[in-house]
Write a protein that binds this ligand. Structure first.
Ligand code: NAD
Length: 335
């Protein structure tokens, strides 16, 4: 089957080509480095399937253009599907699939990297030593042992993070609209209400999907309920956090540390080399200027294991669709 693969980087090609070669029934993968948007949808004309990533546009206009040009399947190379309008897809007769599960260790372990880099100020220490400045002033951290981490969303990634942080000797609090027994079976982990999690946690890490309900879950009101100097980590989706409220929180000291792998307006920035351009996003530039903020550009998933899983599942989704088999990873509108 011919597949228009959008937003491709060299590593996508490498892993997809390998998975495709190993599949009994290879597909014709045509790579586009451009993002899927209304004005690029024509690239997929005549392709039964389009394969997209986190910042591709799956809004009604783009989906209709794809469907009108003969596309029948949209398969996402990611877990979150907030960028695809499922109602519009259904109306256009498009099937939507995703990668429901891939190494959850990739994201959970990146969270630990952000926590410790912020806590022990590794980003600053690295630069100091390179500058022959061996002073420790300003680099004081804290022991994770005995601290409380609040995990919002205790699904696949939240669960692994709870296990890891238990290993550090942290107390683990969780909040989830669908609590699961596996979480409560971990060491000290226990579920609390969201306000309790905000009030009691030294570190808060977000692992719920972006939905209508979770948009700006971290608002000014939420930040005001947190412990002064809290560490906030977001590796889930940028729109979970009201960035302007977070900036105010950092300026007042209410937020002591911010680690983000996702950003509200990241579609205009991430996955591209903009080092020769002047960034026009003042909010992003302000965030970057704070010493207690670390931003990574949506790289939490970026391990060999995760890319291998993503590629294999993507090829399986394509094959199942072509062979009119049920797609295990199909995403449907809730009944
Ligand atoms: P998952 O579906 O296994 O877990 C999500 C959990 O969030 C579920 O337990 C669900 O019940 C819970 N949830 C839903 N709505 C909630 C709400 N309103 N409040 C609290 N909890 C709620 O998903 P996962 O694999 O653990 O991934 C979590 C998120 O991480 C994804 O939705 C995606 O946005 C993000 N992600 C980011 C990267 C990255 O590279 N930065 C990679 C993979 C996933």
């Amino acid at each position: 089957m011919k597949v228009a693969v959008f937003s491709t980087e060299p590593y996508d090609r490498q892993f997809l080509d390998a998975a495709n070669a190993n599949a009994g029934h290879p597909h014709e993968l045509v790579y586009f480095d451009t993002r899927l948007e209304a004005h690029t949808a024509a690239l997929a004309a005549g392709f039964p399937a389009a394969c997209i990533f986190v910042n591709d546009d799956g809004g009604p206009e783009t989906l209709k253009l794809l469907a009108d040009n003969g596309t029948k399947l949209i398969t996402l190379r990611c877990t979150g599907y907030n960028n695809v309008d499922l109602r519009a897809a259904q109306d256009c007769g498009l099937t939507v699939a995703r990668v429901a599960v891939y190494s959850p260790y990739s994201v959970a372990e990146h969270v630990v990297g952000l926590i410790q880099a912020l806590n022990r100020k590794l980003h600053r220490a690295y630069n100091r030593v390179r500058d022959d400045n061996f002073s420790l002033n300003g680099l004081l951290g804290f022991d994770l042992h005995g601290r409380t981490i609040g995990i919002v969303g205790t699904g696949k990634i939240g669960l692994i993070l709870a296990q890891i942080m238990t290993g550090f000797g942290c107390k683990v609090l969780g909040y989830d609209v669908y609590p699961n027994a596996q979480f409560e079976a971990i060491g000290t982990a226990r579920y609390v209400s969201l306000p309790e999690l905000f009030a009691q946690s030294d570190i808060i890490s977000l692992h719920c999907p972006l939905t209508h309900d979770t948009h700006h879950l971290i608002s000014k009101q939420a930040i005001d309920q947190m412990k002064p100097g809290v560490m906030l980590i977001n590796t889930s989706r940028g729109q979970l956090v009201d960035t302007k409220a977070a900036i105010e929180g950092i300026k007042s000291g209410q937020i002591g540390y911010l680690g983000i792998d996702v950003y509200e307006q990241e579609a205009e920035l991430f996955f591209r080399d903009l080092s020769d351009t002047v960034i026009q996003d003042d909010t992003f530039q302000l965030l970057q200027s704070f010493p207690n903020v670390i931003i990574t550009a949506h790289q939490a998933f970026f391990t060999r294991e995760a890319l291998g899983d993503i590629a294999r599942t993507t090829i399986e989704n394509l094959t199942a669709f072509e062979q009119h088999q049920p797609i295990a990873n199909e995403v449907r509108l809730p009944d």
